[in-house]
Each structure stands twice: as structure tokens, then as C-alpha cells.
Write a protein that binds this ligand. Structure first.
Ligand SMILES: Nc1nc2c(c(=O)[nH]1)N[C@@H](CNc1ccc(C(=O)N[C@@H](CCC(=O)N[C@@H](CCC(=O)N[C@@H](CCC(=O)O)C(=O)O)C(=O)O)C(=O)O)cc1)CN2
Length: 618
């Protein structure tokens, strides 16, 4: 404000703050987070008063939980909290912002009756039904922040359609404000930085900087009642979905036809595991890792210089092969049973595949925050997806040739590629997912042909794609799980299919995880305080191989053999010993070798100690 910029401070609203928090370790399961409302409201009052004193005239409180399935008790907490804040909020314009889905009718009623609030923010991109609620009733004299510009994707706005939406709202809301559907945190920053994107594709896109222009253009068009032709745009932003539809360069009738059908491997998982064991001959409690080994500065330099054509292909291949050899030798020295090649050739587990598949475009500077200070460049799916040629077979075969132990082929699954990309919005997501599944299926079969007997297909992002509203979850899970199964229906019983999942609370989707029908799943467990194990304690039957992570890879801390053995013992209490695998929570790419080596040493030592114990207990 000192710079003369009218500034709207944004806070997480008090109720969402509590509803999205987790109770600390050791707190009773029955503890109600909302019981803390009385404690945090005085803090909100203090902060809001200070902002007011500093000259704020608007304040935004984000309450995204209002789009979830909230019971009346939770909705009442909103009413109570804002009544309590009313006198503090008085004199300010207060925007309560919701986003990411339709707002249910009851929650809409609660929202629009909140005391002290003068403006309501609604996501009209993901919340198409919300529009009907607003049209039916909207309080007099209040602001409607209409989120018509998508904050979570990178497509240029269909301005004429947005304008007609806004026009249809004008008679309902006295004070209409044009807005993005949510914060711009989820989109890349500025198209101007993209020097290598195809011009036509570029003309379909809008990153954060362009979205702001769109919001302004719409507001001006609405105010002036001018149609859009009167507005001048800095770049050819207006390209409509119709053009994307025309882009079916490689039509894929198979993908569209997969919906509603059932694909799964013919033999059941226990028979498959027997067939695989004959071939693999693994010890009990086999050890493995999740795929990546440390991504060093040197590796990034090699990739960067190869991309910039500063080193030749031969030099690049030599450097990557040397790295793979190092990783293979380290795993043999550590006596790990099922090896990985370490993924040194990959910038990222999604971008790497995007770069090799048709229908994908990728940016040079389209960084988006992923978690903490970590960033990713999500690829852009703009057309039909297909696989022109094998993507990983060369590196996996090279790695397998360096060892007599089984080498896991390492792929990213269709649902994860979908959920971690910017996806075309002219066809249903499931259709795009099926196309990716068919491309990955080709890769799986080529790996098998090349003599790779264990293939891991990561589905780290399957859980995070789960729709927020319960009514939409079953449909998502059905096509997501189906897409995964499609990738490996073509392999022989003796080929062992692994999958890996992390970053989630899996307990509510455990039946879908089982329905993925993988031979082995490695799954985050230690970072989330072994909550996963409670589903098995509660009686869920699991017959496939399972490796709940034995240590948290997000921490530089090196676990001891004893604590890992202790964790495995807890698993043995709820899972059959012959299905249990021993592995870390996730890949090791963010760690350093001085952490990775002793941690894996402890892991293998714990597995060996327990094997001896189990053998003598017979
Ligand atoms: N897509 C995706 N989403 C995900 C995850 C994931 O692994 N992938 N995991 C979870 C989040 N975990 C993550 C863990 C690590 C990193 C990570 O290490 N990111 C790197 C960047 C990764 C990358 O693409 N690196 C490239 C490019 C890096 C590079 O060389 N940069 C140059 C400049 C590049 C250039 O402009 O030429 C530089 O820094 O000097 C590479 O390694 O090849 C980072 O933030 O630093 C990201 C997410 C959830 N979501």
C-alpha cells in the first residue's frame, strides 16, 4: 500500500483453517478440530484489526471447504464464526472466497447469510451448477465475484461464452466482479517466456499474466456493453475449443470405446505371484526401492548440456550409462533383491514421458510450485495421445544387462500423467486417460519383450485426483483404476507388475487400490505415521504383494536398523509375511548419497534380521 497499490490481504478463513488441519500425533480420534474455533477467533480478530488499522479496505477470507460435503454441524460453525467476527469486520468489505467445485445448495445458503460478509467468490469453471443457485437467488446489495477465468488450467478463455455467463448474472447480482476461478498459484506465470512453443499452440494458451488480461477484458466488455471485437488483445488469445476439437490428428476410436468395459488380467493374483516367484526366486521380505536415486548437480548439468546440444548424444549416453552402472553396483553391494536403474535420464517422472508422447507440448519456463520449494513443469496435453516409439526400453535393457538380479522397468501410470499435466478440456478427462493408458500399455509390452520381468507403473497421483464431492468419486475411481489395469492386461502371468503410491491418505480408497490388481504395491506409510496399517487392522483383506514404506524419504534423517525392524514387525502383525515387501516410502531423487547409502543399509539389515527370526520361528 505504501507503493500506492490497492492491496487486498488474503487469509485462510477460520473454519477452513480448522477443517483442513490434522490433529497432532497421539491426539484422540474423537477430538473435534472445530472445538478450537473459540481459541482461534480472537487471533483472527487481532489480525483483522491490525490490517484495518494499516489501511486495508477489503479483506479476503478463503473458505474452500464450503464446496465439500459438509454436515449441518460444520455449516453451523461458519455461521457462528462469522457472527463472532461481525463487529471486527464491520467497516471493511469482506470477500469469502470458495473454489474447486460446485458449492452445494445448503452451503450456498450458509455462505450468503454469513454476518459481516459483503462479497462472495464462486468458482464458475469447476462449479457449473453453482450458476443455477446464483440465478435462483442472490442477496441484495452484495458483491458477486464470478470466477469465470480458469485458475487451474492454461487454456485461453472462451471469452464470448464467459461474457454471456456474466451477462446472465448481471440482473441477479447488484455488484458483479469478474474474477479468476481460484488463485493463480496452480498455473504457469507468463507465456511471454515461452520461446519454443509452436505458435499455433501458444495462441490457445493463457498463463497467469494472460489470465489477468482476460479478466480485465471481460470486465471492460461488460461495463461498456461492447462486444469483444472492440477490445484489443496483446496476443491472439481468443482461440476457441472448436479448434482443439479439430485437432484429432491421430483419432483413437479404441480409447473412446473403452469406457464401461472391463479389462483385467485373466489369472488371479495369487496364481500370478506363484508363477512369478518360480521365475524370480526372491527371498521372503524382498527388498527394493521406488525408482529414483539422487538427482545430482552433475546429472542435471549433463541433461542440460545435452538438451542445449553442448554435448553429443554419445557423450550423453555414456554419462547416463555410467550413472546407471554406479547405481546398479551400489544396490548389489547393499544386497537389494529387485533393482532399479535410478532414473538418471529423467528431468521429472511426468515431463519425461510427456516429451516423448504425441499430443503433448512442453514449456521451457512453465514452472509451477509442487510442494515446499520444489517445482515442476507440467506438460500440456493438447491433442490425442499416442506413443511414436519406445520410451524407456533402451535404458531398462542397458540396466538389466549390468546385473543378474531382476531390474524393474520404471513407468509413470496414465492417471498420474493425466493429473500432473495441463489437460485439454474439449473432451472428458477419462477419454484422455484411456489414450495415455494405451500408450503405456505399448511400453509395458515392449519392456516385457526386451526381457524385463518386473515392471513398475507409478500411480502416485491417483488419490489426489479424487473429486472433492462424494457423488463424483465412484465414477472417477472406476475409470482411473480401469486405466491402470489396461496398461498391463497384455503381459504374461510371469511378468510382475508393481505400482507405487504416495502423498495421500489411502484408507478410504483401499478397495479401489485392491481393484487395480497389481501384483505388488509399494506405498507410503512411514511419513504418514503408519496410518495405512489401520485398514488391515480393521480387517481389510489384502492378498497381493505389498510394501508399506519403512522409512520417510522426505527427511534427511537416517533411520536405524532397529526402528525399521520395528516398523516391519508392525506390518507383520497385520499382513501375511509371504506378501510383504521392504522398501522406502518413495523415490530417492531429493536425497543425497550420504543419506541414501546408510538408510538403505539399515533397511536391508532389518529385512535380513527379520528373515532369520521368521525362519527360526518356524
Ligand atoms: N510432476 C511431478 N509432480 C509431483 C512429483 C513429481 O515427482 N513430479 N512429486 C511430488 C512432489 N515432489 C517433487 C519432488 C522433487 C521435485 C524436484 O526435484 N523438482 C526440481 C525440478 C525438476 C526438473 O524438472 N528439473 C529439470 C530441470 C532443472 C534444471 O536443470 N534447471 C536449470 C535450468 C534449466 C533450464 O532453463 O535450462 C537450473 O536450475 O539451472 C532437470 O532436472 O532436468 C526442482 O524443484 O528443482 C519436484 C517435485 C508431487 N508432485
Amino acid at each position: 500500500m505504501q507503493l500506492g497499490v490497492d492491496t487486498v490481504p488474503v487469509l485462510v478463513g477460520p473454519v477452513s483453517y480448522l477443517l483442513l488441519s490434522k490433529p497432532a500425533k497421539g491426539v484422540e480420534k474423537t477430538f473435534s478440530l472445530l472445538s478450537l474455533l473459540d481459541k482461534i477467533l480472537p487471533v483472527y480478530k487481532e489480525v483483522i484489526s491490525e490490517l484495518k488499522a494499516a489501511g486495508a479496505s477489503w479483506i479476503q477470507l478463503d473458505e474452500p471447504t464450503l464446496v465439500m460435503d459438509l454436515d449441518s454441524h460444520k455449516l453451523k460453525a461458519f455461521t457462528e464464526a462469522y457472527s463472532e467476527l461481525e463487529s471486527t469486520l464491520s467497516g471493511l468489505n469482506v470477500l469469502v472466497e470458495t473454489y474447486f467445485a460446485d458449492i452445494p445448495a445448503e452451503a450456498f445458503k450458509t455462505l450468503t447469510s454469513l454476518k459481516g460478509v459483503t462479497a462472495y467468490g464462486l468458482d464458475l469453471v469447476r462449479g457449473t451448477k453453482t450458476l443455477d443457485l446464483v440465478k435462483a437467488e442472490f442477496p441484495k446489495g452484495k458483491y458477486l465475484f464470478a470466477g469465470v477465468v480458469d485458475g487451474r488450467n492454461i487454456w485461453a478463455n472462451d471469452l464470448s461464452s464467459s461474457l454471456s455467463t456474466l451477462e446472465s448474472l448481471e440482473s441477479r447480482a447488484d455488484k458483479l466482479v469478474v474474477s479468476t476461478s481460484c488463485s493463480l498459484l496452480h498455473t504457469a506465470v507468463d507465456l511471454v517466456n515461452e520461446t519454443k512453443l509452436d505458435d499455433e499452440i501458444k495462441s490457445w494458451l493463457a498463463f497467469a499474466a494472460q489470465k489477468v488480461v482476460e479478466v480485465n477484458a471481460l470486465a471492460k466488455a461488460l461495463a461498456g456493453k461492447n462486444f469483444l471485437t472492440k477490445i484489443s488483445f496483446p496476443c491472439p488469445l481468443i482461440q476457441f475449443a472448436a479448434e482443439l476439437i479439430c485437432l484429432n490428428i491421430f483419432p483413437f476410436p479404441q480409447a473412446a470405446g473403452l469406457k464401461g468395459s472391463e479389462h483385467r488380467r485373466a489369472t488371479n493374483v495369487s496364481a500370478r505371484l506363484d508363477a512369478q516367484q518360480k521365475k524370480l526366486n526372491l527371498p521372503i521380505l524382498p527388498t527394493t526401492t521406488i525408482g529414483s536415486f539422487p538427482q545430482t548437480v552433475e546429472l542435471r548439468r549433463v541433461r542440460r548440456e545435452y538438451k542445449a546440444k553442448k554435448i553429443s548424444e554419445e557423450e550423453y549416453i555414456k554419462a547416463i550409462k555410467e550413472e546407471i552402472k554406479k547405481v546398479v553396483e551400489l544396490q548389489e553391494e547393499l544386497d537389494i533383491d529387485v533393482l532399479v536403474h535410478g532414473e538418471p535420464e529423467r528431468n521429472d517422472m511426468v515431463e519425461y514421458f510427456g516429451e516423448q508422447l504425441s499430443g503433448f507440448a512442453f514449456t521451457v519456463n512453465g514452472w509451477v510450485q509442487s510442494y515446499g520449494s520444489r517445482c515442476v513443469k507440467p506438460p500440456i496435453i493438447y491433442g490425442d495421445v499416442s506413443r511414436p516409439k519406445p520410451m524407456t526400453v533402451y535404458w531398462s535393457s542397458a540396466a538389466q544387462s549390468m546385473t543378474s538380479r531382476p531390474m524393474k522397468g520404471m513407468l509413470t501410470g496414465p492417471v498420474t500423467i493425466l493429473n500432473w499435466s495441463f489437460v485439454r478440456n474439449d473432451q472428458p478427462r477419462f477419454e484422455t486417460c484411456y489414450q495415455i493408458a494405451l500408450a503405456i500399455k505399448d511400453e509395458v509390452e515392449d519392456l516385457e519383450k526386451a526381457g524385463i520381468n518386473v515392471i513398475q507403473i507409478d500411480e502416485a497421483a491417483l488419490r489426489e485426483g479424487l473429486p472433492l464431492r462424494k457423488s463424483e468419486q465412484a465414477f472417477y475411481l472406476e475409470w482411473a483404476v480401469h486405466s491402470f489395469r489396461i496398461t498391463n492386461i497384455g503381459v504374461q502371468d510371469t511378468t510382475q507388475i508393481h505400482t507405487h503410491m504416495c502423498y495421500s491418505n489411502f484408507n478410504d480408497i483401499i478397495h479401489s487400490i485392491i481393484d487395480m490388481d497389481a501384483d505388488v504395491i509399494t506405498i507410503e506409510n512411514s511419513r504418514s505415521d503408519e496410518k495405512l496399517l489401520s485398514v488391515f487392522r480393521e480387517g481389510v483383506k489384502y492378498g497381493a504383494g505389498i510394501g508399506p514404506g519403512v522409512y520417510d524419504i522426505h527427511s534427511p534423517r537416517i533411520p536405524s536398523t532397529e526402528e525399521i525392524a520395528d516398523r516391519i514387525n508392525k506390518m507383520l502383525a497385520v499382513l501375511e509375511k509371504n506378501i510383504l515387501w521392504v522398501n522406502p516410502d518413495c523415490g530417492l531423487k531429493t536425497r543425497k548419497y550420504p543419506e541414501v547409502k546408510p538408510a538403505l543399509q539399515a533397511m536391508v539389515a532389518a529385512a535380513k534380521a527379520l528373515r532369520t527370526q521368521l525362519a527360526s520361528a518356524k
